[in-house]
Write a protein that binds this ligand. Structure first.
Ligand SMILES: [Zn+2]
Length: 413
């Protein structure tokens, strides 16, 4: 920590052995007096830039402590992240099929978490299928999705997909003689207002995120700067070395839209990323990894032809559809591709794709369809990423529900 380093300096000034050092006493006193002034002049970074309520504890990067993860000491110095993409909890709750899919998704999460024992989990959007949720508070399903991670004491972060705050879509056959089926509400195990009644209404992004953050000590999610709304899940986390306060990697989360507004990363978000990275990592010394739900148009440019083999340099196991990219490109890819510190971008959204392909100097990777909700009948799994320090490396593989592993790849070393 900066503070600790400064205090070492402070005490070394106090304890300078006079027989070896020739600095006169009044200079030493002047230095001591100037020291608090110098500290006061260090410009603080407003916590709102990171969206979280900062605790004021500045690290070397000025990221608040609640935005910092850490390598555990002596564990082979690796930091492992499991990516859960497209869980789609809460589908067709008025049928037997829907709740069964949620139970199946619970099983995948447990299988992957128990096999991999990750240090951190990223929920990469489409956590719930809000357009299918017959309840006033999608947070009830959201909470179910994070409970497998929470119950194991593993911290996590979430970003939004295009289904998380989508408006309820009324099935047209409900207007036939069969009528509207009786709604089965999940039991509320979190305190939330408005959950008493069952009705057909989605939950806004900001409410989903605030409910998660306010009820979960292990959540590293944030609501991002207000200027970027309606996009909400925009924030940065750092992973610190086990012994030092030096960051080994920076994780950037961006809201790629969809649901209640267009599927885009706005120019304002691109500028925000640029400003943040300039402040936090000005010389690009720290490797950066990006997470968002909907692939950018660049993913379509490098995609292997749908239903063809995935040939080198791409690595993956399913290639069953075309990339369904964001609606427009408003500058973020240009910025990312020009930063050598950006190593990879991870997306979900296309359930039938799980490949990684190089794009200029970085990697574009799909996660793996993790939940039983959402389209597709391929086996479920999760993309795992592992970061090592000294030397830095970024590896990835896919862990399947049945325990098998495939698509091993070194993304940076
Ligand atoms: Zn999805």
């Amino acid at each position: 920590m900066v503070g600790r380093r400064h205090s070492h300096f402070f005490f070394s000034l106090l304890s300078l052995p006079s027989h070896r050092i020739t600095i006169p006493l009044y200079y030493r006193l002047l230095l001591l007096l100037c020291f608090p002034l110098a500290l006061a002049l260090v410009p603080p970074v407003p916590p709102s830039n990171y969206g979280g309520g900062g605790d004021g504890g500045a690290s070397v990067l000025s990221l608040p402590r609640n935005k910092s993860l850490r390598f555990s000491a002596g564990a082979g110095a690796a930091f492992k992240i499991a990516i859960f993409a497209d869980l789609h909890y809460g589908e067709n709750a008025w049928t037997d099929w829907g709740p069964q899919q949620d139970a199946n998704s619970d099983r995948v999460l447990s299988a992957v978490l128990d096999k991999e024992n990750p240090d951190f989990v990223i929920y990469l959007g489409d956590v719930v299928t809000a357009n299918n949720l017959p309840i006033p508070n999608a947070s009830l399903y959201w909470d179910r999705a994070i409970s497998a991670t929470r119950s194991r004491g593993i911290p996590w972060a979430t970003v939004f997909g295009n289904h998380d705050d989508a408006a309820f879509e009324w099935p047209s056959d409900w207007f036939s003689s069969s009528g509207i089926p009786e709604v089965r509400c999940p039991t509320a195990n979190i305190s939330s207002t408005g959950a008493e009644q069952c009705s057909f209404r989605g939950t806004p992004r900001i409410d989903l995120m605030n409910t998660e953050i306010n009820n979960n000590r292990l959540s590293y999610s944030a609501t991002g700067p207000k200027e970027l709304w309606p996009s909400v899940s925009n924030y940065v986390l750092q992973i610190l070395s086990s012994k030092e306060m030096d960051p080994v990697a920076l994780l950037y989360f961006l809201d790629s839209g969809g649901g209640s507004y267009p599927e885009v990363i706005s120019n304002a978000q691109a500028k925000w990323f640029q400003a943040q990275s300039q402040i936090i990592n000005p010389n690009g010394k720290v490797p950066e990894i990006i997470f968002w739900h909907i692939p950018s148009i660049a993913f379509s440019k490098v995609a292997p032809k749908p239903n063809s083999e995935i040939d080198k340099p791409c690595v993956g196991s399913i290639n069953l559809e075309s990339v369904a990219p964001q609606d427009a490109e408003w500058g973020i890819m240009d910025i990312l591709a020009k930063r050598p510190s950006v190593k990879a971008i991870f997306s979900g959204h296309n359930h039938g794709l799980d490949w990684c392909c190089p794009y200029q100097k970085l990697w574009l990777c799909f996660a793996r369809h993790t939940g039983y909700g959402g389209y597709g009948d391929w086996p479920r799994g999760a993309r795992i990423i592992e970061i090592t320090e000294q030397p830095f490396s970024l590896k990835s593989w896919i862990r399947m529900e049945n325990g098998t592993e495939h698509s091993d790849l070194i993304l940076s070393s």
